[in-house]
Ligand binder design. Structure first.
Ligand code: BMA
Length: 353
């Protein structure tokens, strides 16, 4: 009897591991399955690396301490990996991220990556936009192409190194050149031409393919858009994109509620419609209300958006350990804690134990 139970348990664990496991197609299937069953993976950036007032404590998570479980999808950033550094721009060691991707996969959860990269030639960070030739130079000059290729090599090495204990690669989502419909990053709308923006994608993809990176699903994530033309203007093409996302934040607390509902609703509506048309997956790739000044935000604001728009996952931004007001999930004792737990207990949202 005992043995039979153990066998059953082992079977169940194995089923979970393979259902969300290694390959890109497993990952795609997990996302499609979520959408088809009316569910959404909940995600938090840098969740287990640090939180409100703490950093570097193995297994700790503000999400787990308030919601009771880890996020269904972990979000990480690759910024500074382009120089071969061992920590990202917010101080998270890449070794820790690599380990966490594997641990998350074992929990039956997923992982996604953004890239706040420095410019390969100027070394300026993502937010330095005065020079409008920064994208062009990477595509149309020999020096730029070589420097860009060196940066991409570091990324390829990293993705290729995401392997479980059996040496099998674990698939993840990669969301480069995000929020390009705004102009606050050097790859943003006013800072490069439409053709050059698309060429950034195709150049990068060719490099990844040549380096054998076969464990990535690609996410396209404009900022808020008023209409489908704006959303699709710089879409690189169906062959480069698996996931159609939207980055829309809630600003200005209660006064910003109406605007958030309208902008997020419109942009997610476009992402879902375009995804359905193209056989792609829609996602709410970045959102949140900083400091959760509306304690019921997760149920009163986010949940209705998920109910109205079939997205496979939603990611909220980080709980910074050095900036006391920069957090997007509650920490223990915060007024939003009870509501967040209710959100996690809702059968629609996917968290992992
Ligand atoms: C921003 C802020 C910054 C951070 C950057 C990259 O939204 O959280 O503090 O450095 O993202 O993660």
């Amino acid at each position: 009897m005992k043995n039979a139970k153990l066998l059953l348990l082992a079977g169940a664990l194995a089923a979970t591991a393979t259902a969300f496991g290694g390959t890109r197609e497993d990952l795609r299937a997990a996302l499609i399955d979520a959408v088809n069953s009316g569910k959404t993976y909940f995600g938090h950036h840098d969740d287990t690396a640090y939180g409100h007032n703490w950093t570097g404590e193995d297994g700790r998570s503000d999400t787990k301490e308030t919601a009771g479980s880890y996020p269904g999808i972990m979000s990480w950033d690759l910024g500074d990996l382009e120089w071969g550094k061992d920590r990202d721009l917010d101080g998270v060691p890449f070794d820790l991220i690599r380990r966490e991707v594997i641990v998350q996969n074992k929990r039956g959860g997923l992982s996604t990556f953004s890239w706040h990269c420095d410019h390969p030639l100027t070394g300026l960070d993502s937010w330095k936009t005065a020079d409008k030739t920064q994208v062009a130079v990477l595509l149309h000059t020999e020096e730029g192409r070589a420097a860009f290729a060196r940066q991409l090599d570091y990324l390829c090495d990293f993705f290729n190194s995401l392997k479980d204990e059996n040496g099998e690669k674990v698939a993840v989502i990669f969301r480069p050149w995000h929020e390009h419909t705004g102009s606050w990053f050097w790859w943003g709308r006013d800072n490069c031409s439409t053709e050059d923006f698309k060429a950034l994608w195709s150049t990068m993809r060719a490099h990844f393919d040549a380096r054998g990176v076969d464990n990535v699903l690609w996410a396209y994530s404009p900022d808020r858009c008023e209409n489908a033309e704006m959303y699709m203007e710089r879409y690189p093409g169906d062959e480069y994109v698996d996931i159609l996302g939207a980055d829309v934040y809630h600003f200005h607390n209660e006064e910003g509620s109406e605007e958030y509902r309208r902008c997020a609703g419109t942009t997610l509506g476009i992402a879902c419609a375009e995804a359905a048309k193209r056989g792609k997956i829609a996602a709410f790739t970045e959102t949140g209300l900083e400091s959760l000044t509306i304690p019921d935000w997760y149920n009163s604001h986010l949940l209705p958006l998920l109910e109205a728009n079939p997205v496979a996952y939603v990611v909220v931004w980080r709980n910074a350990y050095r900036s006391p007001r920069h957090y997007y999930v509650p920490y223990p004792g915060h007024p939003a804690e009870a509501s967040f737990r209710k959100f996690a207990d809702n059968p629609r949202t996917i968290f992992v134990k």
